[in-house]
Design a protein around this ligand. Structure first.
Ligand code: COA
Length: 163
């Protein structure tokens, strides 16, 4: 069943289930360097957690997100290299924000490698602001930026930076 709020659904974007783990893992493996990709087992365990939802864009995009009471978190986001810059990442983000808001979240958090320019550009455009920084968080020694977006009940994002 595709229960993504209609305004944020596209013909190819839907909620993913355990039946989709092979496709989800293949997209993740195509998008991340060897060694950083998540196995089917890891993705399956994530999906099985009660507070996690998975999104699949059949064109070659996937996202996992978690909602805990009134806060949500992007767990991972991946678009196959050949499918980038066509709006898949933005579509996945829009659907995730809407679903998280529908499930009670009023803020969305994520961590991003400070050197990941494409992801940082997507997040800035989606209404995320930096609220923290973790030094040498990643295996490559890069810092992680912690970003936050404020959500309205309908999944719209406040464009006002936090104080
Ligand atoms: C980050 C990622 C998910 C973006 O996916 P995408 O489908 O290419 O994103 P979109 O096409 O929706 O791009 C939306 C906007 O983000 C920005 N953006 C995306 N890629 C960009 C790039 N390479 N350079 C600059 N801006 C970029 C642009 O503003 C873009 O809008 P535009 O194309 O109209 O200019 C994709 O590059 C990816 O999978 N990267 C590897 C995995 C990863 O880093 N995941 C995130 C970990 S935190």
């Amino acid at each position: 069943m595709n229960d993504i709020p209609m305004a944020d659904a596209t013909a190819t974007l839907r909620i993913a289930t355990l039946a989709d783990v092979t496709r989800l893992a293949a997209i993740h493996a195509a998008a991340f360097p060897k060694g950083e990709a998540w196995s089917e087992t890891v993705i399956g365990l994530q999906i099985a957690a009660h507070n996690v939802f998975a999104l699949l864009d059949e064109r070659g995009g996937m996202m996992l997100a978690r909602v805990i009471v009134d806060e949500a978190e992007i767990v991972t986001l991946a678009v196959e290299p050949a499918q980038r810059r066509q709006g898949l990442g933005g579509d996945l983000m829009g659907a995730a924000l809407a679903l998280a808001a529908e499930r009670g979240a009023r803020a969305m958090f994520l961590e991003v490698d400070i050197s990941n320019a494409p992801a940082k550009a997507l997040y800035a455009r989606s209404g995320f602001f930096q609220v923290g920084r973790r030094k040498r968080y990643y295996a490559n020694g890069a810092d992680a930026l912690i970003l936050r977006a404020e959500l309205g009940p309908d999944g719209t994002v406040s464009r006002i930076p936090p104080e």
